[in-house]
Design a protein around this ligand. Structure first.
Ligand code: FES
Length: 177
């Protein structure tokens, strides 16, 4: 676990909308500390991930220990500690998809895209990770590329289509960086 540095409130430059949302969220609770999850969501929505600075800022704002905020961030998988790549691939590994070969698909994706599951490429073009049920269990294994669903990834040609799509999007993402 990375240590949280002590950084002042001034280092977080959040948008007026996010700041407004934060004040509204805090006002909704009898104890401001209860708004911690909402604040983390709002900041992640704006920044894409939760940095050390964000954790320290939330702790200052709510007058709680930074370690308590860090515990929440590291416990719940929907909170991110790293920025997402421009293209985001999520491969379902819940039981029905796992039984249909999701882990084999994951191994092949890692090799074809030169990126480990659970990691982002150093150039910021791609994040590859496992996810839990994507609500398409009858057509597994399935993956989301950004918001587009790819199904039956164990059928001939389907994985190559997915890989080609990801490579195209990653190349576009690289030129946009
Ligand atoms: S188990 Fe994979 S989509 Fe439901």
């Amino acid at each position: 676990m990375r240590p949280v540095r002590s950084i002042g409130e001034a280092s977080m430059k959040l948008s007026p909308n996010t700041l407004q949302g934060i004040e509204t969220a805090i006002a909704n609770y009898p104890r401001k500390q209860s708004a911690v999850m909402t604040l983390l969501h709002l900041i992640q929505e704006e920044r894409g991930f939760l940095s050390d600075e964000a954790i320290e800022w939330v702790a200052d704002k709510l007058e709680i220990q930074p370690i308590k905020v860090l515990e929440l961030v590291t416990f719940y998988p929907h909170y991110r500690r790293e920025k997402l790549g421009k293209t985001h691939v999520r491969l379902c590994r819940t039981l029905p998809c796992a039984l249909m070969g999701a882990y084999r698909v994951g191994d092949r994706l890692e090799a074809a895209l030169n990126c480990k599951m659970g990691q982002s490429k150093g150039d910021g073009t791609l994040t590859l990770e496992y996810a839990e049920c994507l609500a398409a269990c009858a057509t597994g294994p399935v993956a989301l590329v950004d918001e587009d669903l790819y199904e039956n990834l164990n059928l001939p040609g389907s994985l190559q289509t997915l890989v080609d799509t990801v490579r195209d999007r990653s190349a576009e993402g690289a030129s946009a960086l």
